[in-house]
Design a protein around this ligand. Sequence first.
Ligand code: PEP
Ligand code: MG
Length: 900
Amino acid sequence: MSYKYIYLFKEGDAKKRELLGGKGANLAEMTNLGLPVPQGFTITTEACTKYYEDGRQINPEIKAQIFEYVDKLEEMTGKKFGDKENPLLVSVRSGARASMPGMMDTILNLGINEDVVEVLSRKSGNPRWAWDCYRRFIQMYSDVVMEVGKKYFEELIDKMKAEKGVEQDVELTADDLKELAYQFKAEYESKIGEPFPSDPKDQLMGAIKAVFRSWDNPRANVYRRDNDIPYSWGTAVNVQMMAFGNMGNDCGTGVAFTRDPATGEKKLMGEFLMNAQGEDVVAGVRTPQKIEEMAKVMPEVFEQFQKICATLENHYKDMQDMEFTIENKKLYMLQTRNGKRTAQAALKIACDLVDEGMITEEQAVLMIDPRNLDTLLHPQFDVQALKTHKPLARALAASPGAAAGQVVFTAEDAKKWAADGKKVILVRLETSPEDIEGMKAAQGILTVRGGMTSHAAVVARGMGTCCVSGCSEIVMHEEEKWFTLAGKTFREGDEISLDGSTGNIFDGIMPTVPATVSGYFGRIMELADKFRAMKVRTNADTPADAIRAKELGAEGIGLCRTEHMFFEEGRIAAFREMICSDTVEEREEALNKILPIQQGDFEKLYEALEGNPVTIRFLDPPLHEFVPTEEADIKALAKAKNKSVAEIKAIIDSLHEFNPMMGHRGCRLAVTYPEIAKMQTKAIIRAAINVQKKHPSWTVKPEIMIPLVGEVKELKFVKDIVVETANAEIAAADAVLTYEVGTMIEIPRAALTADDIAKEAEFFCFGTNDLTQMTFGFSRDDAGKFLGAYYNTKIFENDPFAKLDVTGVGKLMEMAVKMGKSVRPEMHCGICGEHGGDPYSIEFCHSIGLDYVSCSPFRVPIARLAAAQANIKNPRDFGGKVAKTVKDIGKGIKGIFKKQ
Ligand code: PEP
Ligand code: MG
């Protein structure tokens, strides 16, 4: 028997998600539950992978199976492709394992041709509907399958409307639409050079190929990168008998959520349009009616629909997002999936489902995407300002958050302006999937048309961008880049603020305040803390950052970059005096000025962390970044150092390096200038002694971290200075203080010789920024210039500086942990590169047995949740004992990463 590439809906179930995609698996599950689903079949994700393996061709074996299943579908429905009595029409839709709303292609009304349109017209007694279906199909097929731009067809529609003296599409008659269908076909032929396909089987093959191809379109690639969806998954294709929502006034279509996707409130929320097809609702072209109004329009159908909603939510134990169609008063379910939701809604829904006894606490923790929390951690509008500022208008609160910025009118401008560091609000009549990159670059999105389920709303919610939609009060002149609202004219660059939680639109820039972790957010964080095994620290260089991070749940500082403490005005001068010194004496003189500044800062950090661990890293600056470039600064430095401007310029020139990232930085600085290491040790130890004295109940135990070590002798050299200086300080103060000296593992050689390094290092902290840079040989500062080409060619799917390369860099880390702990079993290991705040990378860190991750303050809650999810999926406790060996930990790694 040949390999099975196709499943009827009744042959599948929700467990076959990897094979059937989310949509296909759920259509199968709904069929099994006995719900009214128009029947069809799913072509598997494996067929998609095969299509790409075969050089973007559907091979004869799969093609034969497709036709075999068309026969089966014809048998089941009693309809036939191209039949003169009972023609079969289908929709062809994508459906990946993870939902990617609006990113891939869909074709509706497939199977219609010159003969079929006449049959539909006669049988329905509704020629207008039949010709509308036909012209829509030609338009969609031409656009999606053959990539003839939509605009040519829209121009023909506009011309027809002008000729007939009407404004709306719905005012066109059956004859007008018939005429349009012929014009469309002629347009197709002129662009493609062949007649429009009339054989439904040819149409079907074209449509399936188009859906497979759309897996690789640019917007899908961007979406996948943002949502950690691997390219290798592929999409399934669902071929489903059409149900018609546009056959008359007892027909309609809609989308609904079982809970409010913006707030999480438990109530049916959705929209529908009578006499319309699904694309009309989602595209936001017509503003739909609220779902509750269906109770008046079609009470029985509404009652049936409500029951189905309850069945589905109970079945999936999660909020459902459903699409339905009503054909001549008969309800059909076209889709159900776990609905996309805002971060606020996700937290409330998870807590409510626990309280309703539907899910466990662990399931609640697992159901929240940690990346979504980011939106909650950004500033909200100041409540006082909200009270005193009157909004210009109010529209739909489609995706929450506070956004303020300058108005732009195209996605391209949004991208460009944002790249120039400007904050922008993208204002559009309606958005389309092509706008995704602009939507991502914008602080907020404002649309004139569209409801809560329009593309703009769904996509904005998915990416956590504030969105206010359906503001029909705006009079828009999109082409000329201006609009009016509440009597005021807004042009490109004008300032505007959006409150995505209320739908309010304000003139100008509204002030904001920092976010807090409370309510449902606080409760989920508590649950996360209950289930996680790894600690979460923060990368903080200032007391303010440290306090913020502590409020957000940080349990220590994993990295304080001491060079960042000198960025401030007034401090940089002393630093410059230090690096532009010719002699040890000169340098020591400058260091003596720096010492009290550093000590003061460290005291504040210890105070902020209240006895939690604080890791302070020795200076690691590429020196040239700190030298003055302005003439006035050079003169000031010359004066302070009693040198001539020419002498200072000569020193600056001597500091120039061809490859500063691999230059005179990290521990190399302490090797050349041991006095720097001495000064920093004094500052760290004196600060610790002082704070410990002030707070006897805390345990202040400094962790001194030596950066950029590649050879154990380097580490020993610096460590000896630290130990000698620290012990002298402790003795002189007659204090009792313990401290640790450890190292960053950020050079591949350090990982490769981790057993040697561990003889000196009391802890390891993985600096995966440098470790990635040096493992790949990609400059951290320049990789952005060529990574785009790597994505396009599929060499990379993600930025390795954002998402850890577990295959290469990860292997070095795993090895280093194992080798380090073999020498010093009690040593603690953490990560403080950017990956410490990335959920996927955190899962890996958990699997190799790291003790903590450290990330920027705003990512602390994300890391807490990701660490909990990692431990729930792959508990550290192997059969009652904590995993000690990497062999045990390796079991976990395979479990997690096999899908890669
Ligand atoms: C690192 O390299 O990962 C690191 C944390 O250090 P820095 O980014 O300061 O080089
Ligand atoms: Mg580094």
